[in-house]
Design a protein around this ligand. Structure first.
Ligand code: S3P
Length: 165
């Protein structure tokens, strides 16, 4: 991987990852898509049929495989929160970009999203406290942090490209 994007749900990892990959003429790899492909069922169904622990196990295996592929990787919001993933991300020595957005922006982007099981199981306060709890883990592996509120995908991608060059 040339760069790995991390951040909470709704922080823009997939949108920015796709655009960045396009600019660099590289494949875009979405970890959630790879997990879905590996399981043969949707993320929400993995959570409801097998539970979060099973999802995290699968996520770890898929991450290890994805790291060695070519391209730009967009992770899931919980990926860096698992210590074995944090270790793998640091060990890979690939630039890790943290996308940040205010809790209100995130809530606006993800509320009602049935494809995100954690959104359905948490209320506003729950989501805000999960975000705060995860923040130190995100920061522990980020080489560059970008605040996305009020910015555009083009501007964010330009910031990342400047950092990578
Ligand atoms: C999760 C985020 C999701 C997905 C799964 C769990 C999380 O990815 O991996 O629903 O724990 O925050 P996105 O960040 O792409 O929504």
């Amino acid at each position: 991987m040339k760069a790995i994007l991390i951040g909470f749900m709704g922080s823009g990892k997939t949108t920015i990852g796709k655009l960045l990959a396009e600019k660099l003429n590289l494949p875009h790899v979405d970890l959630d898509d790879q997990i879905t492909a590996a399981a043969g069922i949707a993320i929400t169904d993995i959570f409801s049929q097998h539970g979060e622990n099973y999802f995290r196990q699968l996520e770890h295996e898929v991450l290890l495989n994805a790291i060695s592929q070519e391209g730009i990787l967009s992770t899931g919001g919980g990926t860096p929160t698992q210590s074995e993933n944090l270790t793998a991300l640091k060990k890979a020595e690939i630039p890790v970009i943290l996308l940040e957005a205010a809790a209100d922006t995130i809530l606006e982007r993800v509320s009602g999203d049935i494809e995100r099981p954690l959104v359905n199981s948490l209320d506003r306060d729950g989501l805000t406290s999960l975000k705060e709890k995860r923040q130190p883990k995100y920061q522990a592996c980020a080489d560059l942090t970008i605040k996305t509120d009020g910015s555009s995908p083009e501007k964010i991608v330009t910031q990342i490209l400047n950092y990578l060059n």
